[in-house]
Every structure is written in C-alpha cells, then in structure tokens.
Design a protein around this ligand. Structure first.
Ligand SMILES: [Zn+2]
Length: 166
C-alpha cells in the first residue's frame, strides 16, 4: 500500500519493468566486432544469470529473448567464438558437434581470412537473415561476412531452399 502510493508519487520506480530484451541490453557493452559482451557474472567465459530461480547461460537467455525458444536437442552456439557475447545475430541453434567443428574451423579461417569468406559457418539462422536482409548484395555480404555469390544464391533460392517454405 505504501509502495503503491510512493509509486504514484514517482518516488519509486516500478519493479521488474525490464523486458527480457532490456534485461540483456542493460548488461552488455558492444565491442568492435559488434559483440554484445556480458558485463555481469561469468563462468568459463560464458555469461550467466539467474532469473526467478532458474539458471541461464546469458547467451541462451538472449537467444530465448530475441529469437525464441530453443529447438529441442540443440544448443546455442556462437558464430563469433566470443563466449561472453550475447548478440543474437552472433548466435545460432546447433548441435554440440557443429560447435566443435566451428571451433576447429575458426582457427583455420582466421589464418586464411577472405579466401573462403567463412561460408562454412553459414547457418540456417543466418541464411534466413540474409534472405530477408535489405540492401545491395555487397552490403548484405559484408554485414554477414559471407561472399556476394552466396548472398545471390540464397536470394535466388538456389540454396537453403527449405527456409523459404516457412
Ligand atoms: Zn559476438
């Protein structure tokens, strides 16, 4: 009752006003790679948080908040290889095997960057974003770190055809 009265008088801010998206955004800093770096508690490099008694990895919670619930049997992987990153555009739902494969490929890719343009890390999630992205093929290719020919292939439905059916 006191609380309500003070709230009306503007002396208290309402509790739990953050949306899940705001909860994430209020706890990150954005780095040069456009990674949203978790600034709160971390474990093994991964951000973590506790909400209503439930423990989350920060990146899993971010995926949940911005993209949707996690498909059964999959885990949230980073395509930026920054464990503390919670940028939903850097996350994809994949298998443990895919995660390991991506980790292994990351090293090689960093050495030969540009030649293959990271096509191997293209995921269904990214393919969808590419397909829906606006701008020139070149702009889209640059913003998703894939080749122009790949963007054309997705736009022209030559590959990843199944994502268009949804
Ligand atoms: Zn990132």
């Amino acid at each position: 009752m006191h609380y309500a009265r003070e709230l009306r008088a503007g002396q208290l801010t309402p509790k739990a006003v953050e949306t899940p998206q705001q909860y994430i955004m209020n706890r990150v800093v954005v780095d040069n790679n456009d990674c949203w770096v978790w600034t709160k508690s971390k474990y093994l490099g991964y951000g973590r948080l506790m909400l209503k008694g439930k423990k989350w990895s920060a990146h899993s919670y971010s995926y949940h908040a911005f993209v949707g619930s996690l498909p059964e049997g999959l885990q949230i992987n980073h395509r930026c290889h920054n464990r503390a990153c919670v940028n939903p555009n850097h996350l994809y739902a994949g298998t443990q095997a895919e995660n390991v494969r991506d980790m292994n490929e990351a090293g090689r890719r960093n050495q030969a960057r540009g030649s293959r343009s990271g096509n191997s890390k293209l995921t269904e999630h990214i393919a969808k974003l590419v397909f829906e992205a606006e701008g020139t093929r070149k702009q889209i290719a640059d913003s998703y770190d894939v080749s122009v020919s790949l963007v054309c292939a997705i736009k022209n439905k030559k590959i990843w055809r199944h994502i268009h059916a949804q």
